[in-house]
Ligand binder design. Structure first.
Ligand code: SF4
Ligand code: SF4
Length: 197
């Protein structure tokens, strides 16, 4: 992975404008919480260091809908996903309010410093499959609207390809996968989502 400091300050105004206008990627439809991305213990601890609120997280069951959704993100690593999110176990996710907004969202955007946010938040709307960078294309994403293609959306978000790959690799490791698809697990651990005590 590229050697990029995790603390680099990129706080795109476009996401703040998006938060003002809504709905933003920081909000989901009420009732769809089981589809929310997981937060690993490593990410949870980092957020607690900044925000200090255990109530900002929810233990969510590894439902079949949730696991299938994660498998769509890692289509060639489905067996590993099953091991990471076993049936009848739980993972952590960000808590949401009654309208589906993340607890860390306000009208000006995310209240967490960028370096404390979950990796999924930091890499969105991009994703890496194999060696290829893809873009999720939610119709409401201002960056997608403004940028139109990968390069334009990167420019709108103020992020380079190297940074996307770096963040995605960090996300993979935090979630329990090897840093890149096809690599061996450096430190095999299936306790990434241990229950909060
Ligand atoms: S942590 Fe911040 S960036 Fe991530 S969903 Fe919540 S408000 Fe959005
Ligand atoms: S990534 Fe897109 S959808 Fe998410 S806050 Fe930024 S502009 Fe909005």
């Amino acid at each position: 992975m590229a050697n990029i400091p995790e603390t680099r300050e990129i706080d795109p105004i476009i996401c703040e404008r998006c938060a003002e206008q809504g709905p933003t990627c920081c909000r989901l439809d009420p009732g769809m919480e089981e589809f929310c991305f997981p937060v690993s213990v490593k990410e949870w601890e980092r957020i607690l260091d900044h925000a200090g609120e255990k109530g900002s997280f929810v233990q969510e069951a590894n439902s079949s809908n949730f696991v299938d959704n994660i498998k769509r993100l890692f289509p060639r690593e489905r067996e590993l996903v099953d091991k990471l999110f076993p049936w009848h176990k739980f993972h952590l996710r960000l808590a949401t309010d009654k309208q589906g907004g993340c607890v860390f969202l306000n009208s000006e955007g995310c209240t967490l410093p960028r370096e404390a946010r979950p990796y999924y938040c930091r890499v969105f709307p991009f994703w890496v499959t194999g060696n290829r960078i893809n873009v999720f294309t939610p119709a409401t994403c201002l960056a997608v609207k403004a940028g139109k293609n990968l390069r334009g959306i990167r420019q709108a978000m103020g992020i380079s390809e190297a940074e996307i790959r770096d963040l995605h690799g960090r996300l993979r490791m935090a979630w329990g996968l090897p840093p890149r698809e096809g690599m061996a697990l450096l430190e095999q651990s299936f306790t990434q989502y241990t229950k909060i005590r």
